[in-house]
Design a protein around this ligand. Sequence first.
Ligand code: F6P
Length: 344
Amino acid sequence: MKIGVLTGGGDCPGLNAVIRAIVRKACDVKGDQVFGFYDAWDGVLEQRYIELTTKDVRGILPRGGTILGTRRGSPFDTNDGVEKCKKTFKDLSLDALIVIGGNGSLTVASMLHQKHGLPIIGVPKTIDNDVVGTDATFGFQTAVQIATDAIDRLHTTAESHDRVIVVEVMGRDAGWIALQAGIAGGATAIVVPEVPFDIDELSQIVRKRHDRGRYASVVVVAEGAKPKPNTMKIPERKLDVYGHEKLGDIAHAIAPEISSRTGFETRVVQLGYIQRGGTPTSYDRVLSTRFGLAAVDAVHNKKFGQMVVLRAGQIETTDMSVTANQTRTIDLKLFADVAATFFG
Ligand code: F6P
């Protein structure tokens, strides 16, 4: 078979491990040809690709990022995008395309399959862990580990200076990284997009801790966190070229509000792209490899319109359309339990 592969959306650790597994299984075991498209859908529309063989994927298992490059955007952004996509399938005699992406890329892939009949298999990825239908995405565990290591380090400097450090982690619509890294790092409080926060309550948690003789705090905030209506102003957000709100200001908005309510010195740390870069953890390398192997099986079994997923430890497939405009949010029961036990 002739199989295309692309990586779309924000990069994440483990993408190269998926590409490697696809190439090794498709070329070495099944006798397929694999074409890697550069820069996500741009490569499909512009027919920029490389034929990938085993030698091209040597040494990439532990490497962060993606050897194919990635972009946001989709064939639906231009009038002739879908036609160009179809032409590439025809010109290369592609039997299938494997799309490794997050909610956006998988939604696009699902539409191309459902509305235009293109034979596509999905592989869910994102450090945000917010794809519906799978118990986990690769890249997430690496991001949590990076954030936890950072929180561990911040505790000691916060303690030395009696400061409150507000750490902002990624998580646009779901607070998975904040919740898990916050639990693992022993945060004073965790703020997630799913549960709008009250700045007075948050400041009170920090004050109560100081009253107990703990003069330093680390507050972990997801970038998509929102205050309860009419409790605190946050700056008006601009949109990027894809219509997404430009985030990255919430910790800077929260820190002075805590300071003015408590009188404690605050500092802000934004972990930003450090969470997305670099080598994947062993867990993510294994999950990526399992997804890549299963994606080739899904192609050969013609399970088009499906994506590979992890469920109760097993790799299965499910309809890609479950991702459309959906976000897999955190376990609110766990959040409530953690908050009741550890915050304040
Ligand atoms: O990949 C998801 C994510 O990491 C979000 O948490 C974050 O808001 C977004 O990507 C930022 O991506 P970029 O700046 O690359 O568009």
